[in-house]
Design a protein around this ligand. Structure first.
Ligand SMILES: [Zn+2]
Length: 277
């Protein structure tokens, strides 16, 4: 059981060979893939993929890079998309003060509007936070306090996608009710800080993701990333934690299932159903 908790299979980088990419993912043992939206079009395309493949799920969101283009009309479009049964989360949303492709003030407004929508629809959130650590944490703390009362007890509030902070910050997020998602940058030779995050958190709080087509694992660089490459990241996490690949794969998949409300296919199900990816 392996779940890629975050990728962008709807992006044009996959337009020529999406079917083969899905086939390689299945062969690599992936049981589900979550395709993440970044604006209205990308969210709609993620949902179309999810509707075409039983074990593909979608999130609906608006990336902080595109915040400048967000308006009330887009908010209504996203709201409608987020009500689809295969929309499993709101995201990716957040703040990016590293590339600053949209004005910070607009990023904050869009982030808050998306969080309000997630609270209203009781959907977990997929967070992108770069060079905005303290502010993103403060905003999410406020949101967590608001929604906690109506949230199912065991269900995480969301995930910090492609986590780039230190262990202290990761632990604060875990305390708040969030999961921490590890991407293939953990396979890079200089990933010491990320390795200490991986070693220091309970496995029950970790997710794995490819963020494909971005962030190709070390041995596959510089080609395009894809979900079947997730095994290298899982292998590195297992090595850092001195656990087996099977333990890391099983537990991170269970965590992703709990976050996104995805029912896990069990090994006892007929092969045809498990091959549906
Ligand atoms: Zn992403």
């Amino acid at each position: 059981m392996i779940i890629d908790s975050h990728c962008h299979l709807q992006f044009p980088q996959f337009q020529d060979d999406r079917a083969q990419v899905l086939e390689r993912a299945r062969e690599a043992g992936l049981s589900a893939i979550v395709v993440v939206g970044t604006d209205a079009d990308a969210s709609q395309q993620a949902l179309a993929l999810a509707e075409a493949h039983p074990n593909v799920f979608a999130t609906v969101g608006w990336h902080p890079h595109q915040a400048a283009e967000f308006d009330d009309e887009q908010r209504l479009v996203l709201r409608r998309l987020a009500e689809s049964p295969k929309a499993v989360a709101l995201g990716e949303i957040g703040l990016d003060f590293y590339r600053r492709l949209s004005p910070p003030e607009k990023q904050r407004t869009v982030f808050q509007q998306m969080l309000d929508l997630a609270g209203e629809l009781r959907l977990p959130v997929v967070i992108h936070s770069r060079d905005a650590e303290d502010e993103a944490f403060a905003i999410l703390s406020g949101w967590a306090a608001q929604v906690k009362g109506q949230w199912p007890q065991e269900r995480p509030l969301g995930v910090l996608h492609c986590f780039g902070g230190d262990l202290a910050l990761a632990l604060r997020y875990v305390q708040l009710g969030f999961l921490i998602s590890i991407a293939a940058n953990v396979t890079y030779p200089n990933a010491h800080r990320l390795a200490s995050v991986v070693a220091g958190l309970p496995l029950e709080r970790l997710l794995v993701e490819t963020d494909a087509p971005y962030l190709t694992p070390q041995s596959m660089r510089p080609q395009r990333n894809e979900p079947s490459f997730l095994l290298e990241t899982i292998g590195r996490i297992a090595e850092i934690r001195a656990q087996t690949v099977g333990e890391v794969a099983e537990q991170t998949s269970a965590n992703a299932s709990a976050l996104y409300g995805i029912a896990q296919a069990s090994a006892s199900e007929p092969a045809e159903e498990r091959e549906a990816l």
